[in-house]
Design a protein around this ligand. Structure first.
Ligand code: SF4
Length: 370
């Protein structure tokens, strides 16, 4: 096994754009939930061969809401059941206002060596509009506190294309984020996911989607500023200083096996089997033996499509030599028009997006898929 993902599906409040599985109810359930996670660890650890892990990712939800004794308990059990590589990347997601010197002191007693914080923007009005519970100053202080505590592998998330966000506002967000001395930046274009409050507002005409030209200008600015700051654009939405890319997320894009534990978590055996735990905390806690889940056996076509979709998002691109001969021919024939108009290029036998191609990556990916 390469990677372990632990899902902590609790949030203090729901952000209006979020469609991740989490709940604001049941914080009293946390202790029982952690016990259920530990039970699933025992049950599932043979899903993927081997118990050595190179990366661990505690995601959510808001893992920083978990009381520190529970986080310690979770890591004790993880270390008992798995062999964590000495140089493993161990990430926790955190909300900036949870990141206090006291919390960091407790965190120092765990193997965590990387933190990913949802800054989203440094515009306090927009943060409030999004339903975030932190403000911009708290993000700045959280980054400072991490560095003072010796936790320097810091990633921030930003969102662009927010309703009412101007180019100047975005410039401020990117410049401020980069000035904080972080090592990794993820930047996502706002998407209106079905079932979210934001999507309802869009349909009611209460908000408008960002102008395409403005979003493009914001993204170009992001690429240029991160490049000037020495960051490598290693995936469509991800930028890192050399050697500081997310090894865990890169594993997803490279198709390596991972074990996902918790309500709503997914696993992949690196071959043909995907397992998805049902997003239902109560059923997850109540399960006596097996946790409710669905198993998918990937067909040749699904494997090909996933290969295209994940690899093309990365700077490395699609390694043509790893495709079956007929799949490679199919892929290249579908790529031809995009190679001609320079949205794709081939480098060292890898099919990659050009900078122009990044803007229409979704269309290109769907053209190359079967
Ligand atoms: S804190 Fe994160 S997981 Fe929770 S609602 Fe907001 S975006 Fe979603």
């Amino acid at each position: 096994m390469d990677s372990l993902y632990l899902h902590i599906p609790f949030c203090q409040s729901r952000c209006i754009y979020c469609d991740f599985y989490s709940t604001t109810l049941g914080r009293d359930m946390m202790a029982r939930y952690v016990k259920a996670l530990e039970r699933e660890m025992v049950l599932r650890r043979q899903f993927i061969k081997g118990t050595r892990v190179h990366t661990i990712y505690i995601g959510g939800g808001t893992p920083s809401l978990l009381p520190m004794p529970l986080l310690h308990e979770l890591f004790n059990e993880t270390e008992r059941l798995f062999t964590i590589d000495a140089d493993a990347e161990v990430t926790i997601e955190a909300n900036p206002d949870d990141v206090t010197p006291e919390w960091l002191k407790g965190l120092a007693e765990t193997p965590v060596n990387r933190i990913s914080m949802g800054a989203q923007t440094f515009d306090d009005k927009l943060l409030q509009f999004l339903g975030r519970r932190h403000n911009s100053q708290q993000t700045i202080e959280a980054v400072r506190a991490c560095k003072e505590a010796g936790l320097t592998n810091i990633s921030l998330d930003l969102i662009y294309g927010l309703p009412g966000q101007t180019f100047e506002g975005w410039r401020h967000d990117v410049e401020l984020a980069l000035s904080l001395g972080i090592k990794h930046l993820s930047a996502y274009s706002l998407s209106y996911e079905e079932g979210t409050r934001l999507d309802t507002m869009l349909r009611q005409g209460l908000v408008r989607e960002a102008d395409e030209e403005l979003s493009r200008k914001m993204y170009i600015f992001l690429m240029s500023e991160t490049s000037k700051a020495g960051f490598i654009h290693y995936e469509i939405s991800n930028f890192a200083l050399p050697g500081c890319h997310s090894r865990h997320n890169s594993g997803y894009w490279q198709g390596t096996p991972y074990l996902g534990l918790g309500a709503g978590a997914h696993s992949y055996d690196g071959l043909r089997t995907r397992r998805a735990n049902l997003p239902d905390i109560k059923a997850y806690i109540a399960a006596a033996n097996d946790v409710p889940n669905e198993i998918e056996t990937l067909s040749d076509e699904s494997l090909y499509n996933e290969f295209i979709m994940t690899r093309l998002r990365t700077m490395v691109g699609i390694p043509l030599g790893e495709l079956q001969e007929n799949d490679c021919q199919y892929c290249l024939s579908m790529a031809e028009p995009h190679l001609k108009d320079r949205r794709l290029h081939i480098q060292d036998d890898h099919l990659c997006l050009t900078q122009e191609g990044i803007f229409t990556s979704n269309d290109i990916i769907s053209d190359l898929m079967k």
